[in-house]
Design a protein around this ligand. Structure first.
Ligand SMILES: Nc1ncnc2c1ncn2[C@@H]1O[C@H](COP(=O)(O)OP(=O)(O)OP(=O)(O)O)[C@@H](O)[C@H]1O
Length: 258
């Protein structure tokens, strides 16, 4: 189910501006990979290149290859909707559909995929909410608005919504940055469980979080404003945080830069 991701010389542009340059990295299935680095070094841009969300912006484009289990998702005959279904995404701010109930939020993607049968939707809703460690808190109020949950619950709802369609990869863009420490811990525990089934890539500014949740860490940086972001070092998380090979990585993780 989980998939291997291989980026081969991926560059991404906003109009003429090259935001990331020649990123190559392999992400193993059923692992958590953290992307860290100073603001503006292209972590989010790279993340959005992985499910073809980057190109949604006018003038934005991606060069290079992005292989998911060997299939280049930028091939001309690729079904982009199917790619985005396979590769779920969770954003910085919890963004449940505000007018929808908890139940409708979770099954929204399935309905979009044409699933109508109530028993199937019910089962998928429960499975996804259990998977997101939210079931016990909401099982008695599934018909209440998703927007009425706490921030941490809303983010778990968004994770439930992402996993309800059974993606193979889950991308998370600073999923805890709007959450308190307790909710953050709940999401981190959840990430540890989710990696049994999914390939997870998480952008985080919180280095303790990267160290806690990830197996591998990629450190991105930029030489100066206006230059593209580059992958400086990519290795086992334990190595990056204890004995990085590149001085720039060490300067960043020890707080001397960025
Ligand atoms: N919609 C956009 N239009 C034009 N330029 C953009 C857009 N989004 C991002 N950029 C630029 O692309 C570069 C990379 O931005 P990106 O958001 O990927 O960096 P980041 O490392 O995720 O930053 P942060 O940690 O602050 O979220 C930056 O120079 C940024 O200003």
């Amino acid at each position: 189910m989980a998939k291997r991701i291989e980026a081969v010389n991926v560059s991404a542009y906003y109009g003429a501006f090259r935001a990331i340059d020649n990123i190559s990295m392999t992400i193993e299935p059923k692992s958590v990979t953290a992307l860290i680095g100073p603001s503006g070094c292209g972590k989010s841009t790279f993340l959005r290149s992985i499910n073809r969300m980057h190109e949604v912006l006018p003038g934005a484009k991606v060069e290079g290859q992005l292989l998911i289990d060997g299939q280049n998702i930028y091939d001309r005959d690729i079904d982009v909707t199917a790619v985005r279904r396979t590769i779920g995404m969770v954003f910085q701010r919890p963004n449940p559909f505000p007018t929808m109930s908890i139940y409708d939020n979770v099954v929204a993607g399935l309905r979009l995929n044409g699933v109508r049968k109530k028993s199937l939707l019910d089962a998928a809703c429960e499975k996804a909410l259990r998977g997101a460690n939210l079931w016990n808190e909401v099982k008695d109020r599934l018909n209440r608005p998703g927007a009425g949950l706490s921030g941490g619950q809303q983010q778990r709802l968004c994770i439930a919504r992402a996993i309800a369609v059974e993606p193979q990869v889950v991308l998370m863009d600073e999923p805890c940055s709007a959450l308190d420490p307790i909710s953050t811990l709940a999401i981190e525990d959840l990430i540890a469980e989710l990696k049994n089934e999914y390939t997870i890539v998480i952008v985080t500014h919180n280095m303790q979080q990267a160290a806690r949740v990830s197996d591998r860490t990629g450190f991105f940086s930029i030489d100066k404003t206006g230059e593209p972001g580059r992958l400086i070092e990519y290795d086992d998380t334990a190595k990056i945080f204890t004995n990085p090979s590149v001085k720039r990585t060490e300067d960043y993780i020890t707080g001397r830069f960025g």
